[in-house]
Design a protein around this ligand. Structure first.
Ligand SMILES: C[S@@+](CC[C@H](N)C(=O)[O-])C[C@H]1O[C@@H](n2cnc3c(N)ncnc32)[C@H](O)[C@@H]1O
Length: 315
């Protein structure tokens, strides 16, 4: 390794500090693997708690150098590591601090969110969507919003704070829906004025269509792959159908947002497949926006040729 861990981490921090510290954000990705010259490692800062994830085995002394650099730079309260090796269960260890943080609050664009390092696979917030959530907030005033695959409802919190009259949130996971309600409460948004549905997006988009429900803004940010009691879904194969269903529920001049982090589907592949929407709706549409991940998710253009996050807006 040409640069020391210390200088790699410091350099990465300078970039983030320069651009993020004015936004009221204490949650960000500090190291994005090859994009920050630290292969197969990600380091996420959640205020005073740090999560380090290894996607390949790292020597003990390398890990210790990383932890030493983090301690010197950020003096974290806790450091937790997750080892995510292909074909193996995820292993989680506390590296420093009293215990793995279970429930704490961070700020993103001055908006608080509940985070946990112990609940399931995620932490409660996908950090790469920060700028896109802000976009939703800016467009949500007086809108009725449908958030499909809502997870902890972070897009809806932004929409609510942006003045949405109502959000409807659907997720298969009861735990995610409860987490979403907690995020609403944390932001003084009254969950009673919003709809939280534990259910399958495939079923509910049908139900809404039958009932004649319509929305001004629809967010569809699914996992790359999912199975429920009745459906098996892969983004690559099924996104045109999902978008077709979305358009069928969209009011005139509404905005349909689709997002996927599937790296193997490039932007050009995505746009090549997009016209397949026409198999599932007779509604016309136009492309009104394309964006990607925040600046704390750099890529080196070699190991990953283009940004992986696709955030597409149709009207
Ligand atoms: C990638 S996360 C979505 C991230 C979310 N949009 C956000 O902004 O944080 C995927 C979520 O989809 C949910 N899910 C998977 N299949 C589903 C289905 N068929 N219907 C509803 N929710 C589903 C999972 O429970 C999970 O919470």
């Amino acid at each position: 390794m040409l640069l020391s861990y210390n200088s790699i981490i410091h350099k990465a921090w300078v970039l983030r500090k320069q651009y993020l510290h004015l936004t009221g954000t204490n949650v960000y990705r500090l190291i994005n693997s090859y994009g920050d010259a630290l292969p197969e490692v990600t380091i996420d800062v959640y205020d005073k708690n740090i999560l380090v994830q290894y996607f390949t085995p790292y020597e003990k002394h390398s890990k210790n150098s990383i932890y030493q650099a983090l301690n010197e730079l950020l003096a974290p309260k806790t450091v937790t590591e997750k080892i995510r090796l292909k074909g193996e269960d995820i292993k989680t260890h506390l590296v420093s601090g009293l215990k793995i943080p279970e429930n704490f609050v961070v700020l993103e664009n001055s908006i608080p969110f509940n985070i946990s390092f112990t609940e399931g696979g995620g932490t409660g917030l996908f950090l790469d969507q920060r700028d896109n959530r802000k976009k939703v907030q800016a467009l949500a005033k007086d809108k009725e919003v449908l958030n499909c695959f809502c997870y902890t409802a972070s897009f809806s919190v932004y929409a609510g704070l942006g003045g949405a009259v109502r959000t409807t949130n659907i997720d298969l996971s009861k735990k995610a829906i409860e987490w979403g309600k907690k995020n609403f409460l944390l932001n003084q948004l009254d969950a009673k004025h919003h709809e939280f549905i534990v259910g399958d997006v495939w079923d509910w988009t049908k139900i809404f269509q039958k009932k004649g429900r319509a929305f001004d803004m629809i967010i569809i940010d699914p996992p790359s792959f999912s199975t429920s009691k009745t459906t098996v879904f892969t983004v690559e194969k099924d996104f045109p159908q999902l978008l077709g269903r979305g358009l069928n529920l969209l009011r005139e001049d509404g905005i349909l947002i689709f997002s996927t982090n599937l790296a193997k589907m490039s932007f050009s592949k995505f746009f090549q497949l997009l016209p397949k929407i026409k198999n599932f709706t007779s509604k016309p549409y136009k492309l009104i926006g394309v964006s990607s991940q925040g600046l704390d998710f750099p890529i080196d253009g070699i190991h990953l040729a283009e940004p992986y996050l696709k955030f597409i807006m149709l009207s």
